[in-house]
Design a protein around this ligand. Structure first.
Ligand SMILES: Nc1ncnc2c1ncn2[C@@H]1O[C@H](COP(=O)(O)OP(=O)(O)OP(=O)(O)O)[C@@H](O)[C@H]1O
Ligand SMILES: Nc1nc2c(ncn2[C@@H]2O[C@H](COP(=O)(O)O)[C@@H](O)[C@H]2O)c(=O)[nH]1
Length: 205
C-alpha cells in the first residue's frame, strides 16, 4: 500500500495556521488526518481535550518524553508542546495523509527524522499584521503577545529550512496554495517509488 503524505504546516504564532488548517479541512476534496498535539498549556475557552490538544500535566508530558513516545517536542513560551509518535507512524502506514500544525522548532526536528514530508512555512504579509492578528484573537496577555512577536523574528529566518513558503494574506488563497503543494508532493519520486519497489519485489518472488 502507498504510504500517506506527511504535511507539516508551521510558522509563527498568530500567522493563521489554525485558521487556514480549519478552512483546508472543510474543502470537499481534502481528506487529511489531523495529528492532535499534546501540551501542558491550559485550555482556552472552547478548547476540547482530545480535539484541539491532549492537555496534560508537566509530569505526564515529561513521562512521555522519557518513554520515547514523542516524534518531536518543544518548549514554547513556558509550555511543552509535542507530537505523539505512534499515531503518525500508524496513520501514514495505513495510506492516509497526516497533517501536522506545529511550531518551527518542532517542524525542524520532524524534518530531521522524516525528510520525505512536505514542509510548509506559513508567513504573515508583514510583522505588523502578525501582531494585529495576535491582538485581534484576544487570547493572550500583552506580555505573551510581545514574546510571541519576538519569537517570530527568528522563526521567519528559519524559513530557509522549509520546502515551501505560503503567504497567508487571504485565507482562501493560502488554502489553494497548500492544495497545489500537496498535489505536487503526490508526484514526487520519493512518494511513488516505494510502491514500485514493493511491486518489483512481489513480481520477482
Ligand atoms: N488571512 C488572514 N487575514 C486576517 N486575519 C487572519 C488571517 N488568518 C488568520 N487570521 C486571524 O489571526 C488570528 C490568529 O490566527 P490563528 O489562531 O489561526 O493563528 P495560529 O498561527 O494558529 O496561532 P497559534 O500558533 O498561536 O495557535 C485569528 O484571530 C484569525 O482569525
Ligand atoms: N513543536 C510543536 N509545536 C506545537 C505543537 N502543537 C502546537 N504547536 C505550536 O505551539 C505554538 C503555540 O500554540 P498555542 O495553541 O498555545 O497558540 C504554536 O506555534 C503552535 O503551532 C506540537 O505538537 N509541537
Amino acid at each position: 500500500m502507498k504510504r500517506g503524505v506527511l504535511i507539516v504546516l508551521s510558522g509563527p504564532s498568530g500567522v493563521g495556521k489554525g485558521t487556514v488548517r480549519k478552512a483546508l479541512f472543510e474543502e470537499p476534496d481534502i481528506d487529511f488526518t489531523y495529528s492532535i498535539s499534546m501540551t501542558t498549556r491550559k485550555p482556552r475557552d472552547g478548547e476540547v481535550h482530545g480535539e484541539d490538544y491532549f492537555f496534560v500535566s508537566r509530569d505526564e508530558f515529561e513521562a512521555n518524553i522519557k518513554a520515547n513516545n514523542m516524534l518531536e517536542y518543544a518548549e514554547y513560551v513556558g509550555n511543552y508542546y509535542g507530537t505523539p509518535k505512534s499515531f503518525i507512524d500508524e496513520t501514514l502506514a495505513s495510506g492516509h495523509d497526516v497533517f501536522l500544525e506545529i511550531d518551527v522548532q518542532g517542524a525542524l526536528q520532524v524534518k530531521e527524522k522524516m525528510p520525505e514530508g512536505a514542509y510548509i512555512f506559513l508567513t504573515p504579509p508583514d510583522l505588523k499584521a502578525l501582531k494585529e492578528r495576535l491582538q485581534g484573537r484576544g487570547t493572550d496577555a500583552p506580555e505573551v503577545i510581545e514574546r510571541r512577536v519576538a519569537a517570530a523574528s527568528s522563526e521567519i529566518r528559519m524559513m530557509a529550512n522549509y520546502d515551501y513558503a505560503v503567504v497567508n494574506d487571504e485565507v482562501e488563497t493560502a488554502v489553494d496554495r497548500i492544495k497545489n503543494i500537496v498535489q505536487v508532493e503526490r508526484l514526487r519520486v520519493n512518494h511513488i517509488l516505494p510502491e514500485y519497489i514493493a511491486m518489483i519485489e512481489e513480481f520477482e518472488k
